[in-house]
Write a protein that binds this ligand. Sequence first.
Ligand code: HEM
Length: 267
Amino acid sequence: MATSVGRMQEKEPQFFAKLGHTTVHEGELARHSVYTRFLHWAYGIFFFLALFTGFATYMPFLFRWFAPAFGGPATTRMLHPWFGLGFVFFFGLQAINWWGPMKWTDTDSRWIKHLPEFLRSTQALEPEDVGMYNGGQKLQFWEIVVGSIVYLITGIVMWAGARTFGATSVAISYILHDISALIMLFGIFFHLYQATFGQPGTIQAMTRGTVSEAWAWTHAPAWFRQMTGRDPRQALEQERQRRIARERAIEQLARGGPAGPPGGGRA
Ligand code: HEM
């Protein structure tokens, strides 16, 4: 069974609700609205466009081969600040959209303290009080908020130039702009890894707007509880029992005996 829109935490502007829909299949939960997904991919694209034009312009000794794709070195340089503004604009809208769920809580401070254990993956399940986003995701979000403000201010200073802001301000802006870019780039590599290979099933949250219930009780247990009213650890245990029962039934069938009660129905 599939429903067009499941219970969604994020608010969806009318226009986007009409523009697309989120189909939630059985065993899935609605995670991101069409609006959220649109914003994410808009600033994601602008981020990489700004990155490539920035590399080609300011590190030509390594990346001048990017420039022809943007119409040559002069247009690449001209386009870079506009791509940057596109990034800041769409991320700004996302920051407003996510302001509530990204608020820092005690749970996040505890999560950060146990970061080494999570990185070593000694715990497959997130702690039970982790909600829609964990401390690491929130930390990255706020890093991008601060980074975007740094980009905007330093970008405007460099764009207007030394005649408006003075040579020292422009020189400092270059350094801060580059440091911010390096920090964000490092974070984004980690983000890409986590969204794909690191936590399989995550990318679907930003493509189809849904995640499996198993993903939710593993990575966002408190959010799972909030969305379904079910206990995440119990849901995991029920699924484990269901699997064992199914495997036993298959084994019995293979041995030629009666399958017995499979216990295969969903809890
Ligand atoms: C092609 C590249 C990208 C992929 C595949 C990707 C994938 C994803 C996915 C699947 C989520 C949802 C995670 C969840 O619901 O828990 C997400 C969230 C997010 N993305 Fe991306 N993303 C990409 C690029 C970017 C870029 C360039 C930025 C910003 C510069 C960004 C910033 C964020 C933020 C702040 C979140 C929310 C918190 C988090 O999950 O980390 N993403 N992304």
